[in-house]
Structures are given as structure tokens and as C-alpha cells.
Ligand binder design. Structure first.
Ligand code: FAD
Length: 100
């Protein structure tokens, strides 16, 4: 900052309190940058909640890591398998794809 100039503090407006907006808010919070989140929903219960988010290691989980939230994520994450099996009515397995 040059002597005599005025340091302007940014205040960020985030439109949307979905996963994207909330992650951005957390990243700004870690940098002590002030922000306000706006959402057209009047409360978290304004509409029914969707299902689980599928957070990939190279995208969603990287964002959570940058946000310093991996410990919290690991406490509540549910790991789901991607196995697929085709069985007949007797329970005999005809096709089996194991994800791991
Ligand atoms: C039917 C459906 C099923 C899905 N199923 C899955 C799934 O099983 N697993 C998965 O990982 N992902 C799923 N997704 C995708 C997942 O919902 C999105 O990836 C995720 O919600 C995107 O986050 P976002 O923050 O970008 O947007 P959003 O979650 O859409 O959040 C945007 C927010 O902005 C608010 N908003 C919008 N316009 C305005 C405005 N003008 N002013 C103020 N606020 C505004 C909205 O109210 C909302 O809260 C599904 C999506 C849909 C539509």
C-alpha cells in the first residue's frame, strides 16, 4: 500500500447457499475476507432436502481440503460401493462387477 492511499476492504456478496456458495464462503472466511451469503430460500427447511452429494476425490473433496473441512467430512461421510450384480430368482450370480 502506498503512503497516503486508502486500503479498501472488499466485502463479497455470494448469491446462493448451495455447496458452491458455502464452500466459497468458507474459503473467504479462512482468508478473513468478509462476505454475506444471499439465498432466495427463506430458511434451510424452505424446501425438501436432496440426497447425498457425490464428492469426488479430485474435485469436491479437494475443495473441502482447501476449506480445512476434511476432518468434519470424514466424520459424516458415507462411502458407498459401486458394485453391480445380476442375479436370477434363485440368487445365482450371473454377472458381477466389483468396484474395488
Ligand atoms: C434432481 C437433482 C438430483 C441431484 N442428485 C445428485 C446426487 O445424487 N448426487 C450429487 O452429488 N449431486 C446431485 N445433484 C447435483 C447437485 O445438486 C449439485 O451439484 C449441487 O447442488 C450444485 O451446488 P451449487 O452450490 O452450485 O448450486 P445449488 O445447490 O443449486 O445452490 C444454488 C442456491 O442458490 C439459490 N439461488 C438460486 N437463484 C438465486 C437468486 N436469484 N437469488 C438468491 N439465491 C438464489 C438457490 O436457492 C440454491 O440454494 C442433483 C441435482 C438435481 C437437480
Amino acid at each position: 500500500m502506498r503512503s497516503g492511499s486508502v486500503m479498501l476492504q472488499s466485502h463479497i456478496g455470494i448469491i446462493g447457499a448451495g455447496p458452491g456458495g458455502l464452500t466459497l464462503a468458507r474459503l473467504l472466511q479462512l482468508q478473513s475476507i468478509p462476505f454475506t451469503i444471499y439465498d432466495k430460500d427463506t430458511s434451510p427447511s424452505a424446501r425438501t432436502e436432496g440426497g447425498s452429494l457425490d464428492l469426488q476425490t479430485e474435485s469436491g473433496q479437494r475443495a473441502l481440503e482447501a476449506a480445512g473441512l476434511m476432518d468434519q467430512f470424514n466424520r459424516v461421510a458415507r462411502y458407498q460401493g459401486q458394485d453391480a450384480k445380476l442375479l436370477d430368482k434363485h440368487g445365482n450370480i450371473h454377472i458381477e462387477h466389483l468396484s474395488t
